[in-house]
Ligand binder design. Structure first.
Ligand SMILES: [Zn+2]
Length: 291
């Protein structure tokens, strides 16, 4: 029997997430982003998405879905038949010996979904933001929290109900719920970042630099000898380990305002697992929601 698997996790997550954020960004690590005569500024860039599928086993194919020609990348070294769609298009993974007809029948059987998702990703006018409303779920520190909306004075409150954490938005009738949620996330981000930064800086025996949040579309963080460390508040969506990596990266710049081997040695001392975490950051960071 054919083990067919559609990654619904991927497609639902991708559906409500702002991939533009990463797609726009340059694939580069740091380097001064602008000429700064008096002080140095190192920045940790967001990432361009990697090619949807790569490697020797990947080939471009086409098929017709409801009268439309659809291209897809087929990778034939997978154990199961899978489909994935993001702004790079449709990617199909399949076992080596599976007949092409079976693969294309599988795509055809999900044709409506494929076309709908491709259109969503192709259209820049379709917002890929995460709408905030009663019951919405948003990522926080790698987990999901539920949004509760209640009448009130335009405040956001983090509450733990048993084991589940919730974001309560006490809102006036015409309130901008997204704005309330953003503020609550930013406050939460600062509360989370501050002690993690202090712990990291303590390891290099330097005074604690000023910390500020940024909303940069293209950077996770930056470190300036003059103004201190800035961290993108959207990091609060990601697992704590990834946040710690970004903090370690910026803290390492307090010693080395460059990306030399000496810099990476400091990063490795602060965050021994930095390579894996950096890859995870590329993967998860590309799918951050826009709220
Ligand atoms: Zn850097």
């Amino acid at each position: 029997m054919l083990a067919a698997l559609v990654y619904f996790g991927v497609l639902t997550f991708a559906h409500r997430c702002g991939l533009r954020l990463a797609a726009r960004a340059a694939f580069a690590w740091g380097g001064p982003a602008q000429p700064l005569p008096d002080f140095k500024l190192m920045q940790l860039e967001l990432f361009r998405l990697p090619p949807i599928l790569s490697g020797e086993a990947t080939k471009a194919h086409h098929l017709i879905l409801s009268g439309r020609i659809v291209s897809y990348a087929l990778r034939r070294d997978r154990r199961r038949l899978t489909m994935r769609i993001d702004e790079r298009g449709l990617a199909v993974g399949a076992p080596r010996n599976l007949p092409l007809g079976t693969i294309e029948a599988f795509i055809q059987s999900h044709g409506d979904w494929v076309l709908k998702k491709l259109d969503e990703f192709a259209s820049h006018t379709t917002p890929r933001h995460l709408p905030i409303h009663e019951g919405a779920r948003l990522p926080l520190l790698g987990e999901e929290v539920r949004v509760r909306v209640t009448a009130g004075n335009n405040r956001g409150l983090w509450k733990t109900d048993g084991q589940e954490e919730e974001l309560w938005l006490a809102a006036r009738p015409a309130a901008n719920l997204a704005l309330l949620a953003r503020r609550a996330l930013q406050r939460r981000a600062l509360e989370h970042f501050q002690p993690r930064l202090a712990a990291s800086v303590a390891q290099i025996d330097r005074p604690l630099p000023p910390l500020a949040l940024s909303s940069a579309r293209t950077r996770w963080g930056s470190c300036s000898a003059r103004t201190g460390i800035r961290l993108n508040w959207r990091l609060i969506h990601l697992p704590p380990k990834l946040i710690d990596y970004v903090i370690s990266h910026e803290v390492a710049h307090l010693l080395e305002m460059n990306h030399s081997q000496r810099f990476w040695n400091v990063v490795a001392r602060l965050h021994p697992d930095w390579r894996d975490t950096r890859n995870e950051l590329k993967r998860l960071g590309a799918a951050l929601p826009l709220i």
